[in-house]
Design a protein around this ligand. Structure first.
Ligand code: MV4
Length: 459
């Protein structure tokens, strides 16, 4: 809890989100400190911040994940708050705690909220206590025999999930009862190796869900509001590729129930700051999956339909601000879609670092580009391959799709391979355009020849 004015924010991140946070700060009259690796010496976040401090060499473990160096940079520059962005240290409860102990404000929820939601068994138990729908499932699995009993009660197929996982890591689907015990043992060993915690739990497996998430905004005085939903089913290997708001298949009654559930969960845990409550949508039923305690990559589509600057709100909330003024944004205006443009092979999704030799970003009515790249920019193999978020806003979904096709057509990125052809292909697919897809759609219908034809038609 804090009620301190923030005068100078250290941005503990890089790329487009570091720029996004710097822009929000400058509009609020707050000074900024960038931290950067030696590779990012000429990056835009380094240049646009009021001050910049080098915190180590290229590999993230030695720079953007180097807590002692980041705290030293904060101390040295006199920052009174740290914004973690997404990825890197954004969900490290230990980091949030130490920032507080150093007398600075962590721009996010309390370390206790990050700890609870980072433990997926605990998060599920919180949802149950808050009356939020969850799938038939279990708490901690203690042994193979007990797991088999539980699975028989729940009904196959089931999904085994690592308590320390999340975002799709450490999950295994089991269809055959004979394979449950062996699969559990393997999953426990893998979770122990990846996360240092082998704890597993189980749920009934939903075959073809959609991923719908609710944006929540909570202050430190018990005020909680939602800013509607985002649809994020277009993904591959748990990496989102396209996101939109609102979700085109939610009825008003299901939307209201889902939003109320998300707000109820936040109230039950006394949450504050921005948050995202993720649900699986199966027809008209929805079930709690996870809660993310950070600003998300796809927050922009919510900003476009609500008119709320989420990062500015997040900073205001960290200063102890109230959110009474947010209620009037509950009704969405129009439709927004975001495409993540990555330096990767459009078919295999393998990373393709290199130097951008020519660059032209689109513009025009209803177009927003959040990006940190420029002509001559070197895409490093050390970091995430996302180059830009191309975001459109229009009166309805059909018009937003047309606007995105036009916008993708104006995008020029030369010198490196990007997934632009994948996006150009996707926006022609009947299943996507009609809104009839689930979380498996992208991987199940990838058409390498058609995607490569999109690449060729632009060269
Ligand atoms: C599931 C599921 C089906 N049934 N849980 C993936 C990410 C993590 N948040 C949970 N995930 C899933 N959990 C049950 N009980 C299917 C997925 C899932 C998924 C969820 C959202 C978006 C894409 C996905 C792709 C594959 C599996």
């Amino acid at each position: 809890m804090s009620n301190k004015e923030i005068r100078k924010v250290l941005v503990a991140n890089r790329g487009e989100i570091a720029l996004r946070v710097i822009r929000a700060c400058h509009e609020l009259g707050i000074r900024t400190v960038a931290v950067h690796s030696s590779i990012d010496e000429h990056a835009l976040h380094t240049r646009f911040a009021d001050e910049a401090v080098c915190i180590g060499p290229g590999p993230a473990t030695q720079s953007y994940l180097n807590i002692p160096n980041i705290l030293a940079a904060a101390e040295l520059s006199g920052a009174d708050a740290i914004h973690p962005g997404y990825g890197f240290l954004s969900e490290r409860a230990d980091f949030a705690e130490i920032v507080g102990r150093c007398g600075m404000t962590f721009i996010g929820p309390g370390a206790q909220h990050m700890r609870v939601m980072g433990d997926k068994i605990e998060a599920r138990a919180c949802a149950v206590r808050a009356g939020v729908p969850v799938l038939p499932g279990t708490g901690l699995l203690t042994d193979g025999e007990q797991a088999l009993e539980e699975a028989t009660r729940i009904g196959f197929p089931v999904i085994l999930k690592a308590s320390a996982g999340g975002g799709g890591r450490g999950m295994k689907i089991v269809r055959d009862p004979a394979k449950l015990i062996r699969t559990l043992e393997t999953a426990q060993a893998e979770a122990e190796a990846s996360f240092g915690c082998g704890d597993m739990y189980m749920e009934r497996y939903v075959e073809s869900p959609r991923h719908v998430e609710i944006q929540v905004v909570a202050d430190q005085h018990g005020g909680v509001v939602h800013l509607l939903e985002r649809e994020c089913s277009i993904q591959r290997r748990h990496q989102k590729v396209v996101e939109e708001a609102p979700c085109s298949v939610l009825s008003e009654s299901v939307r209201k129930a889902m939003c109320d559930a998300a707000v109820g969960l936040c109230k039950a845990i006394d949450y504050h700051s921005l948050g995202t409550v993720e649900f699986l949508l199966d027809g008209d039923r929805f079930y709690f999956m996870e809660m993310n305690t950070r600003v998300q990559v796809e927050h922009c589509v919510t900003e476009m339909i609500t008119g709320v600057d989420l990062v500015q709100e997040q900073i205001r909330l960290a200063m102890g601000g109230r959110l009474d003024h947010l209620d009037r944004y509950h009704k969405a205006r129009g439709h927004s879609i975001e495409c993540r443009i990555n330096a990767e092979d459009p078919v295999t999704f393998g990373p393709r670092p290199g130097t951008i030799t020519a660059l032209h970003f689109p513009g025009g009515f209803g177009v927003r580009i959040d990006s940190h790249v420029y002509q001559g920019y070197k895409v490093s193999p050390f970091y995430d391959s996302m180059l830009a978020k191309v975001i459109v806003h229009a009166a309805d979904r059909d018009r937003a799709i047309r606007r995105m096709r036009r916008t993708l057509g104006e995008c020029v990125i030369e010198g490196i391979t990007t997934n632009l052809p994948l996006h150009r292909w996707l926006f022609k697919q009947e299943a996507f355009v009609s809104g009839k897809y689930d979380t498996h759609f992208l991987e199940a219908s990838l058409d390498p020849e058609a995607i490569l034809r999109e690449a060729d038609s632009y060269t």
